[in-house]
Design a protein around this ligand. Structure first.
Ligand code: SF4
Length: 120
């Protein structure tokens, strides 16, 4: 294997090269040890943090920003988005409230990152 990728663990964006086999991966191009972990993780089980919005019942504030509570496998993102896209918020919430527990059995909860007043 010989793959290049940009490390997204910090804004520096080092260009990493990962070579070798899955049980013996070599990472080069990093400027700190987090790049080694990122390069290996991207090959073995890529993870992503999902941030998006959900629909609300409000005409004035029709979307509320949300995120998953933890990173999930990159392969599960579309599945999670399908559930999130079918969700409509119909109650008041504050930032940090859980809107959906254990989305698609990933272990990640859907969390409000802003407040929503259903009465307003
Ligand atoms: S290798 Fe380290 S310095 Fe480079 S982008 Fe990744 S986290 Fe940032």
């Amino acid at each position: 294997m010989n793959r290049t990728m940009t490390c997204i663990a910090c804004p520096r964006g080092c260009l990493l090269t990962v070579t070798g086999s899955n049980d013996n991966l070599e990472v080069s191009g990093y400027q700190c040890p987090r790049g080694i972990d990122y390069g290996r993780q991207e090959i073995l089980l890529p993870l992503r943090m999902l941030t998006t919005t959900v629909r609300t019942m409000s005409v004035e504030s029709p979307r509320l920003p949300v995120r998953l509570s933890t990173e999930v496998s990159k392969t599960r993102i579309f599945e999670c988005m399908s559930v999130i896209n079918h969700f409509t918020l119909n109650r008041s919430v504050k930032a940090g409230d859980v809107l959906i527990e254990d989305v698609c059995a990933t272990g990640a909860d859907l969390i409000a990152t802003g407040g929503f007043d259903n009465e307003g």
